[in-house]
Design a protein around this ligand. Sequence first.
Ligand SMILES: [Zn+2]
Ligand SMILES: [Zn+2]
Length: 531
Amino acid sequence: MPLHAWVPDALMTATNATKTFEPQRTPRTLCFLVVFVAIVFVPFVAYVPAQTEFTEADLIAASGGRVMRIGFLADGHVTAIPLEAYVARVLAGESDPKAADAAQQALAIAIRTYTLKNAGRHARDGYDLCDSTHCQVLRPSTPTSRRAAMATVGQVLTYNGQLAEVFYSASCGGRSERAGDVWPGADYPYLVSRRDDVCEDDPEWVVEFSLDAVQRALERVGFEGDRLRGVEVDGHTSSGRVARLKLSGMRPNVIAADQFRLAIGAVELRSTAFTLEKHGDQLQFTGRGFGHGVGMCAIGASRRALRGETARAILAQYYPGLDLTPVSGVAIPDETRTTPLLSVPGVEIAKAAVGPPRASGVTVSVPKTSAVTASDIERFATAAHGDLSRTLGTSVLPMTIRLHDTLDSFRLATNRPWWVSEVAEGTTIDLAPAAVLAQRGGLEASVRVAVAELLVAGAFSERAAWVRIGAARYFSQGATAVKPASAGTRCPTDAELLLAVSPAAQREAESRAEGCFARELAKVKDWRAVR
Ligand SMILES: [Zn+2]
Ligand SMILES: [Zn+2]
C-alpha cells in the first residue's frame, strides 16, 4: 500500500490511479515519532548540506551491515539490498518527487520503520519483503530520495522501545482515523483520530453508483440476495467516518464500511468519510479525503513541509507519542537482519529454503519465547493428519505451520481479523498466538480444524466457503459431535464467513456452516458431493 498513493495526480484522476493505492485488507503500517525530548542520542536529522549529492556507495556504507532480502515477484529472484539503499529506492517508488525535503524525510523514516517492523513478513517464501504493493514498491533511487535517506539515516519510530506500526494514507480529508476503527483489534495509542488543519479546506468529492452496480460488487465478495433495495449508513466511527452500512435485500445485511469501500473499489469510493443519499436507483456518495485516513496523511505531510514544518513536527502531528530512535538501540524481531553485509546490492542470494523437511512432513515455526514448542505442534498436526486423511482419503504433506507471537503478526500475514483463530491455505497454516487459542478452544483443536481444512480444500475449490469451512469443522470434531442444521436453516454466505463484522457474527456463521454441512452430508452421503 504504498506511497505512490499520495501523488497528487493519482488523487485528481481516478481513472489512472491504481488500486494499489492502498493495501487491500493489509494495513500498512508505518510509524513515526516525535521526540520531545529526552534522550536524543542522535540528532534527529543529520547535518546534510542541501546540495550534497549522495551515491549508492554512501547508502551502502551508512547501512551498518544491515541487509534486506527482497523477493522480486516477476521472476522470483531474491536480492540482498543494504537497508539505506532499500529505503532510498522505496522512497523513489512511493513519494511525490516534488514534495519538500521535510516531507521526504518524514516518509523515509516511516519507510525504514515499516521495513524493519515487517522484515519477516515473507519468511516462509525465503525473503523479507516483496517488491509489489503488497509490501513496498522499489524504483531506482534519485538524488532526492538518497538525500532524504542519508539525512535520516538509521532513524526509526518506536513506542516503549519497540518498533512502531506505521500506517499512512493519501489524504485524511481534515481528520485522521483511529486504527482500531478500521481494523478491529488494531488499537495503537499513537494511531488516534486527530484534526488536520491543512486538509480541512479540501473540496468534497461526489460519486454515484447504481444499486445494480453495488449489488454486483457485493456479490463478487460473497454477498447473496435477489435484489439490493437500498444502502444506509448504520453508525459512525470516532472520527465521524462511516463504520457500517445496512444493505436491504442482501445476506448478510450489514457490512463494515471499509470492506464496502474495497468491494466497490478503493479508488472509485475514495474513503469512508462520506454521506449517502439515494436518488431513485442511484446511490450518491459525497465525501472527503482519499484512503483509510489512519496515521500519516501524505498530502498533509507535503503541505506541512511547504509551510516550513520539520520532519520531526510532521511526524509528531501524525504519530503522536512515538519516539525517534536510532535503529542500533532497537530490538529487531529477526536477528538475520544484522547479518554482516557480504555482497553488494544487486548480487543475488540463493532462495532460502524454509528449512529441512521433517520426517513427519510437517515444518513448524514458533516464536523464540514460545511456551509451546514446535514439536508439540508437529505432534498435533501429524496426529490430525493421520487420522483425518484416513477418513477423507486425501493428503496434504508436506505442510508448513506458523504459530504467530502476536495478533498483529497474524493479522498482517493473513489479512484476516483478530477473531479468526487459524487460516489454512494451500499447504500452509497460520495460527493465532497460543495464548489466544487457549481461550478459544485450544491449540490442538485449532490445528485439527486447520489440517482438516487443508485436506478438504482441494475437493471444494469451486464451492461456497461454508462447504469447506463446515466440512473442516465437522470432520475435526468427529461426526457425532455436530448437530445437523434444521431444514429451514440457510447456509452462510461467503461474506458471512469471510467478512464477518464481529467475533460473535463469525462464530455464529461458522457454527451454521458445520450444521449445514452435517445436514447436506446426511442427504448425499459422499462428503465430496456436498454443495
Ligand atoms: Zn509482500
Ligand atoms: Zn490530512
